[in-house]
Design a protein around this ligand. Structure first.
Ligand code: AMP
Length: 572
């Protein structure tokens, strides 16, 4: 691990040169690709020619090429070597998953990221040889019309022949058998992950998932099923609600009657106050909780901290189905202050500066660009940028749709804070509110609920234009019953918390109608999750859609069918 850190230090000391070399490698390896050939690079691999010849693109512009690959066209389209596997991104933003090319090079960069962050993490929080309770779930694999395998990027990683061995080397071996990870039913897999964690409780060194939402979801489920888990452990027989034969078979090899363990867990659970500190009680040797905790995962931190008690929360790395970007090399930072250091050898990165001006000219999907992208080493501390990625799997100058802020430098590579998706969420006329604005408004209003010992389990939003003037609708699932009075106050607080001048001025003159808070039944967000799972999204990559667009009819239907109460703001 010292060697990994040493290598990272070397690479980041000379990030500009490493970036040039990485670009050269990408362009040389893929020189025969039709896409690059058509752009007139003529063998040039320097950043200047690259920027002059290759346009900035979004997924939409690459779709015709990607669909040819999907349909089985074996010619070199985006890459020199043929693409045989695709990744499905979570697609929660627009309601449908996107296909992106996957290849062995992306697997290698995944391992480089994992190794780098593990090396830094283990220096601060050393773990012994043991196991991880990892709430990971393989997605369904299917074949495209052209016979290519398609599954989520996380599943592509889990399915790689070298994955298990690599995880063992990083002391991050999942305690559950493959049959549980790749099981066809999410709930049954989750139940068995919990059971495996309890069986190996002494050995568990940390608790993890790709995105923190899955950990919170798992322990919320634990609150419901813990007695059943205790019965299974006591009797050594798996509950009949787990029906998948392969899972039953795999679990029968691990489960033996253990009344002593069942009694211990029972005692621990009944001794807790409102489940505070559940994770360290169950797993006494766990050193930390690990998973992506920034961006759209921030709303789950409060609950996660509640379950974690004194255990530190360590955010994982920064990447996407399209490729990895940066590693958490300062693991001691709490997630709210976390930054990610870009690995200059895993892709070629550019950054579009975002001025205030750009922010006011947002488009539904991507911000307008006034400024030209700058290179990795030209970014400025304190500035915000949209990331542009060129990867080893056929994406060139690809706008990822994420906004990051440069917080500093690790040697000469920037340390990024994830700010938000670049798409605007809520926009009726001159108002512009992002995912972050919505999160802050919900946090402010949820404080009023906290006084009643209640919490927002999950939330989403919608722009309702069905009546003039249009208005914002916020959907809340709450952990219990709140009084009408409190919910009305919450609704007013939400309305007042959108402080963007476009919004407040429109509200004052009623160009935007009163904000509406719609409270939905318990379990509604579980139904939304189930809907996405049905579309092929893996829980590992799931992000609750924070704004439901009108074309996302099924999710809108789930939400509207489950509304139990609604409140209109009287704040203006
Ligand atoms: P997916 O499209 O399912 O591959 O998800 C990738 C997206 O998840 C990224 O583009 C980001 O918006 C978000 N994401 C990934 N890693 C992080 C992170 N460490 N912090 C915040 N958001 C992240």
């Amino acid at each position: 691990m010292d060697k990994v850190i040493e290598e990272f230090e070397l690479l980041t000391k000379d990030a500009e040169r490493v970036q040039r070399e990485t670009l050269k490698r990408i362009l040389e390896d893929n020189a025969s690709a039709e896409y690059l050939q058509s752009l007139g690079l003529n063998g040039r691999t320097d950043p200047e020619s690259f920027k002059a010849c290759v346009p900035l693109v979004t997924h939409k512009e690459l779709e015709p090429y990607i669909y040819r690959i999907i349909d089985g066209d074996a010619s070199p389209i985006l890459t020199g070597k043929r693409i045989t596997t695709l990744s499905l991104s979570s697609g929660t933003t627009q309601g449908k998953p996107k296909y992106v090319p996957w290849n062995d090079e992306l697997y290698e960069t995944t391992m480089q990221i994992y190794q780098t962050s593990f090396a830094f993490r283990n220096r601060e929080f050393p773990i012994k040889n043991g196991k991880a309770l990892s709430f990971i779930y393989g997605s369904k694999e299917f074949k495209t019309k052209g016979g290519l395998a398609a599954r989520t990027a996380t599943s592509n990683v889990f399915c790689n022949a070298g994955y298990k061995c690599a995880m063992r080397a990083l002391q991050s071996q999942c305690c559950s058998p493959d049959e549980v990870i790749f099981g066809p039913d999410f709930f049954q897999s989750l139940y068995c992950h919990l059971l495996c964690g309890l069986i190996f409780r002494e050995e568990i060194q940390f608790v993890s998932s790709t995105f923190a939402h899955s950990i919170v979801h798992a322990f919320r489920t634990f609150e419901q099923v813990w007695e059943e888990l205790c019965i299974d452990i006591r009797e050594g027989v798996l509950t009949s609600s787990v029906t998948v034969p392969s899972i039953r078979m795999a679990m029968s090899k691990l489960l033996k009657p253990n009344p002593k363990l069942a009694n211990l867990i029972h005692k621990k659970c009944t001794g807790l106050s409102n489940w505070y500190g559940l994770i360290p009680e169950l797993f006494p040797n766990a050193k930390y909780i690990y998973g992506i905790m920034t961006g759209s995962m921030e709303p789950y931190l409060k609950k996660l901290r509640h379950y974690a008690g004194e255990l530190p929360l360590l955010t994982a790395d920064y990447g996407s189905s399209e490729g990895w970007i940066a590693a958490n090399v300062n693991p001691q930072q709490p997630p709210e202050y976390a930054t990610y250091a870009v690995l200059p050898h895993i892709g070629y990165f550019e950054f579009i500066p975002l001025s205030e001006l750009d922010n006011t000219k947002g488009e539904p999907d991507f911000l307008c660009i006034d400024s030209q992208p700058v290179s990795l080493t030209e970014v400025k501390v304190g500035e915000e940028y949209e990331i542009v990625m060129t990867n080893l799997a056929g994406l060139y100058r690809y706008r990822l749709g994420d906004v990051v802020k440069v917080m500093g430098f690790h040697n000469s590579t920037p340390e990024l804070k994830f700010i938000r998706r670049s798409s605007l969420l809520l926009n009726i006329n001159i108002d512009k509110n992002t995912e972050k604005d919505l999160q802050l408004a919900v946090e402010a209003a949820a404080k009023l609920l906290a006084e009643e010992k209640l919490e927002v389990v999950d939330f989403s939003s919608q722009v309702d234009l069905s009546k003039e003037p249009g208005h914002y609708v916020i959907f809340w699932e709450i952990s219990g019953e709140a009084s009408e009075e409190v919910l009305h106050e919450c609704c007013n607080c939400l309305d007042k918390s959108f402080v963007d001048a476009g919004y407040t001025s429109s509200r004052k003159v009623n160009c935007i109608g009163a904000l509406e808070l719609r409270v939905v039944r318990r379990g509604t967000f579980q139904k939304i999750l189930d809907h996405y799972l049905g579309l092929g999204t893996a829980v590992s990559q799931y992000k609750t859609p924070r704004c439901v667009v009108s074309t996302n009819a099924r999710v809108l239907q789930i939400l509207s069918e489950n509304v139990v109460n609604n409140y209109l703001s009287t704040a203006f």
